[in-house]
Design a protein around this ligand. Structure first.
Ligand code: ATP
Length: 608
């Protein structure tokens, strides 16, 4: 079978040609940077390749002696000795080949291991913005496809290059040592051999592409005319003849292309065989003339060796020519990987970042402006102050910017203007790890890992004891449910916690935050409807927490709002009103409206 994928190895698609990377010294240096920890192993691999190439080539040279000294010299001991030597070398070469494969795989695996770790570490440091804008599929492709590609570059392209080059060098040196003139003739023939290979390859490649287009057309016609609705259309409009003609033409084109494709392959072999036999014939001819001249030192064995060596050169030359494409592909792959590694995380520790104490959890917003995308401001001039042990409820219509406000505190995003202060220091000057350690967030969409409840709790505090976990679960009002399960804390939560109800998940995440014991608690109340029992359990869990620590609540229910010391009412990214429930409810503003439509009696609205 010719064409298609097999041939694509040697030729690049138009798209690949267009996107060919710029190979610069810096790029090569960077790639070699990954190889440098394994210099010794690499040197050993190159040595192994050299020795095994030598071992596999030398029997060809020995053939000459077998003929001259063994056969023509009529010496059985010599014949046996040379044959055994030849067999021994072949075996030795193959054994070294095994060692080389092992080394090769070892190096390739270690380099991909290093690269994967580096990439993972780098991606972990990227900001929320990166993950929201980047296509998920691209990330996975970089991590799996591209980096695995590196492995085949090392085991294939890199060792292929060394093997082919060393085989060629050995063959050329051996040929020159036998006879310089014949060696030159032999080498001059090689390009003649590779030329038709490439021409035939190109022709087949373009035929394959043409055939592909033709197939698409045929499939289109079949789809249009032989589908349920298509055939109806054809019948109702009486277009049978027209469609038949259309199909017949496309089918005819495909048939012609099929024949051409087969024949391109056929010509290829004719040309190939002719060229491969021209070389040896020429060597026999010139070698024969030289040998028969008086005083010549050239022997029958020498000519046989030269012909054999020439035969050994075709493969490596052809491989090396194909390698150019593999090389460009490899460079493109490295370029893609490096582009990712060079993406600077837009939220990073400042060089002189200092750790925050994480004891008061105080927050201060000073004239904060923020937008996710340029030109579309989300927060405008937001200013508020949250003192130690106090709590603020943020309320407002959907999309007002409530979650955005809290996202700025653990620096999931950075402000455009103004400042966010945590415990008296601009968050951009704080060590990210210590900042995030001091903040506990119970998100609206609770994220649980696929594992047991215990795994999920320990994620927050890996050193927590059984007692601490049970106590946190009790305070989060989830212990009753956990202890009722036969597996207790070892109950599996399912993918993303889907085996639990929304209310249970949120209470587990409250327990998780309790174990973390943060200075500031952020509670993004679920907007989704929970039944009133779940709701009151969450309320009972959260109420004492709010009392005992600094907290910000994004509130959707009156009970949560009432538990806070101050209410911020947000509207279109601004703080529209602030105060206590009593102060705000009678004012007739946004809060009053929200109170009347949302907070007052949510269950009545749901028709309960
Ligand atoms: P809800 O009560 O529905 O959760 P909210 O008040 O918390 O709403 P935010 O999530 O802060 O609102 O969103 C404020 C605005 O910012 C919305 O208009 C939203 O579409 C937009 N927004 C949120 N996240 C992003 C993002 N990553 N990129 C661009 N725009 C965003």
């Amino acid at each position: 079978m010719y064409g298609g994928r097999g041939m694509s190895r040697g030729f690049m698609s138009e798209e690949e040609k267009k996107n060919s990377p710029k190979v610069t010294g810096a790029l090569i240096k960077r790639i070699f940077g990954y190889l440098s920890p394994y210099k010794k192993q690499l040197a050993l691999t190159v040595l192994c390749i050299g020795i095994s190439s030598l071992c596999s080539m030398y029997p060809s040279v020995l053939t000459g002696r077998i003929i001259d000294e063994g056969l023509i010299g009529r010496s059985i001991p010599m014949l046996v000795k040379l044959i055994l030597l030849s067999l021994g070398l072949t075996l030795g070469g193959n054994l070294i080949g095994v060692a080389e494969s092992y080394l090769n795989a070892w190096i390739a695996q270690h380099i991909t291991y290093d690269m994967r770790n580096q990439m993972f570490r780098h991606l972990e440091r990227m900001s929320q913005r990166f993950f929201l804008t980047e296509k998920q599929g691209d990330l996975i492709t970089r991590m799996t496809g591209d980096i695995s590609g590196v492995e085949s570059v090392i085991t294939g392209t890199f060792t292929g290059l060394i093997t082919n080059v060393s085989t060629l060098i050995i063959a050329i040196v051996a040929m020159f040592r036998k006879n310089a003139l014949l060696a030159l003739i032999g080498i001059a023939i090689v390009p003649l051999f590779t030329l038709p290979t490439r021409l035939a390859g190109k022709r087949r490649w373009s035929l394959t592409r043409e055939a592909q287009k033709c197939d698409d057309e045929i499939n289109g016609i079949l789809n249009e005319t032989l589908s349920v609705s298509g055939q109806l259309l054809v019948k109702l409009f009486g277009r049978e003849e027209y469609e038949y003609e259309r199909y017949k033409t496309a089918n005819g084109n495909r048939t012609r292309l099929n024949i051409k494709e087969r024949m391109a392959g056929r010509w290829f072999f004719v040309v190939l065989h002719t060229f491969t036999s021209i070389g040896p014939m020429l060597l026999y001819l010139v070698g024969g003339i030289l040998m028969m001249k008086e005083g010549a030192t050239l022997t029958v064995g020498d000519i046989t060796v030269l012909v054999a060596l020439l035969g050994r050169m075709y493969g490596p030359v052809n491989n090396l020519m194909n390698m150019q494409v593999e090389w460009i592909r490899a460079m493109a792959m490295f370029t893609r990987i490096f582009e990712y590694l060079d993406r600077k995380p837009d939220i990073e520790n400042a060089p002189d970042a200092r750790k925050t104490a994480g004891n008061s959890g105080e927050v201060r917003f000073e004239h904060v402006d923020f937008s996710y995308t340029e030109g579309r401001p989300i927060l405008r001039d937001v200013t508020f102050d949250l003192k130690k042990g106090r709590s603020i409820a943020i309320v407002g219509p959907s999309g007002a910017g409530k979650s955005t406000v809290v996202n700025l505190i653990p620096r999931l995003w950075d402000v455009d203007a103004g400042r966010v202060l945590f415990e008296g220091e601009d968050v951009r000057k704080l060590d990210l790890n210590s900042l995030r350690q001091a903040i506990g967030v119970v998100t609206q969409e609770t994220y649980l890992f696929n594992g047991t409840i215990r795994d999920n709790l320990l994620y927050a505090a890996p050193d927590a004891t059984e007692e601490e976990m049970i106590s946190a679960c009790k305070r989060a009002h989830i212990w009753e449910m956990i202890s009722a399960r036969p597996e207790g804390l070892d109950t599996l939560v399912g993918n993303r916690g889907l085996k639990l109800s929304g209310g249970e998940k949120q209470r587990i995440s409250i327990a998780r935050v309790l174990l973390k014991d943060p200075a500031l608690l952020i509670f993004d109340e679920a907007t989704s409807a929970l039944d009133s029992i779940s709701e009151s359990l969450i309320q009972e869990a959260i109420d004492p927490l709010i009392q005992e620590r600094t907290s910000i609540l994004i509130a959707h229910r009156l009970s949560t709002i009432l538990a806070a010391d101050e209410i911020l009412v947000m509207e279109e990214g601004r703080i529209a009103e602030r105060g206590t429930h009593e102060e705000l409810v009678g004012r007739g503003g946004t809060y009053t409206r929200l109170y009347e439509t949302q907070f007052r009696d949510p269950h009545a609205q749901k028709g309960e």
